[in-house]
Ligand binder design. Structure first.
Ligand code: NIG
Ligand code: FE
Length: 413
């Protein structure tokens, strides 16, 4: 099919560019007054409207009759969300009130709330029900323009319930058009009934079975959760089972998680609300994507990651939603982009690259999606007329989506 009369086609990236670093984050390939051709679910080509007739003649033999008038709307890559915990049971609205009344995330966790509260709810919830509840969120994310997402376990916290979560993630992956990547986050908190040491060993023991269902291993390496040494042991076992690392680091304190992640060749280190020059230096020259989650800063009232410093140091930066019941109950990537601009002072172009190509990189998918590149999956958003990248973040609550295509198929079709 051909989408024509596109006001701005944005996010054009040459083949082979898998992430944007430093000054490149301010560049967004754009074509005004354009068309985009989709074949077999993939981007087959694009060009300027004045060249469309020539292109149509060239492809006439393919009997392409299917076309869509974009009416001057913008076409952009679908959002990529490289860090979510959308498989969970129930909600934590009660803790929301505790939080409003002044308790911190750590105080709520210390009272047996937080992650353990979600773990108890998940334990009581049947697998089919967990799938249905999670799918409501996944459908909402897709309708808001997310075409690829990572989902973590970590509310099971014992072998049976972690595997239940991982099977649900697998089922979601098999039933939605969006690309889904799965991560084993057994080390999210110490499961009930375990000593700290016994639970770390349990996570290590679970690894071979979990590895059959996931792409990555993650550890919450932070104050009050898991230490860098424990993280290193868990990542070593993950690597032995073929899993690349992703890390939760520096959300509650400067944790050592960045350094341990980089030394294990982590694909990403995430959160980074509290980060010093030492972590920036550790990331330089690595293939690890620093990923910030401004939705958590917003909801928990934490500092925002200093993304600008990372970019000025020549590093790449990704942004993700962290969609979860405790610290970020939203998977709206356009809101994340707006927070990146308003609170982290990223430019709209930097934030745009952070929520598309770089977030795709952070889940090993940037060869497949995250930009307008011939051969990539046709995961794109068609906006209403009059939109551009800056306005996405500026008019941050105004509906802008006309149609979301994932793998070349309209979500609503
Ligand atoms: O990424 N920080 C650890 N894990 C989640 C929060 C999980 C929860 O509170 O349920 C996060 O913020
Ligand atoms: Fe998280």
């Amino acid at each position: 099919m051909i989408i024509y009369n596109i006001g701005e086609l944005v996010g054009i990236v040459p083949e082979g560019v898998l992430r944007k670093c430093g000054a490149e984050m301010s560049e967004v390939g754009t074509l005004h007054n354009a068309w985009l051709r989709i074949e077999g679910g993939r981007i087959a080509g694009f060009g300027r409207m004045e060249d469309l007739s020539t292109s149509l003649e060239m492809t006439d033999s393919l009997e392409m009759t299917d076309s869509l008038d974009a009416g001057g709307g913008m076409v952009m890559p679908a959002f990529c969300d490289s860090h979510t915990h959308v498989v969970y049971a129930g909600s934590r609205e009660g803790e929301f009130l505790d939080k409003i009344n002044g308790l911190s995330y750590e105080q709520i966790a210390a009272r047996g709330g937080g992650i353990l509260n979600s773990s108890d709810l998940l334990h009581e919830t049947a697998e089919d029900e967990l799938y249905e509840q999670s799918m409501v969120r996944v459908r909402e994310m897709m309708s808001k323009g997310t075409g690829a997402m990572e989902i973590k376990s970590g509310y099971g916290l014992n072998p049976a319930d972690e595997l239940k979560m991982l099977r649900v993630i697998r089922r979601i992956r098999e039933s939605v058009p969006a690309s889904v990547r799965a991560t084993f986050l057994g080390a999210h908190a110490v499961g009930r009934g375990y000593t700290h040491e016994a639970y770390v060993q349990e996570v290590i023991d679970m690894m071979p079975q979990a590895a059959e269902l996931v792409d990555f291993v993650d550890v919450f390496c932070d104050k009050g959760f898991f230490s860098p040494e424990e993280t290193s042991r868990i990542l070593t076992e993950g690597a032995a089972c073929g899993l690349r690392a992703k890390i939760h680091a520096n959300e509650l304190a400067v944790s050592g998680g960045v350094e341990v992640g980089v030394s294990h060749g982590a694909l990403s280190v995430d959160h980074l609300e509290r980060t010093t020059q030492a972590q920036i230096d550790a990331l330089k020259g690595s293939g690890t994507m620093p990923t910030m989650l401004p939705g958590s800063s917003f909801f928990l009232g934490l500092p925002y990651g200093k993304g600008k410093d990372f970019i000025e140091a020549g590093l790449p930066l990704a942004l993700a939603s962290d969609y979860n019941p405790g610290s970020s109950p939203s998977g709206d990537m356009r809101f994340i982009m707006a927070l990146g601009c308003v609170r982290m002072r990223l430019t709209p172009l930097q934030a745009f690259n952070a929520v598309t190509l770089n977030s795709a990189y952070a889940m090993g998918l940037s060869g497949e999606t995250g930009s307008i590149t011939p051969g990539k999956r046709a995961d794109v958003i068609l906006t209403e007329p009059g939109w551009n990248i800056t306005r996405l973040a500026y008019n941050y609550t105004t509906p802008f989506i006309k149609k979301v295509f994932i793998g070349g198929k309209g979500l609503q079709d």
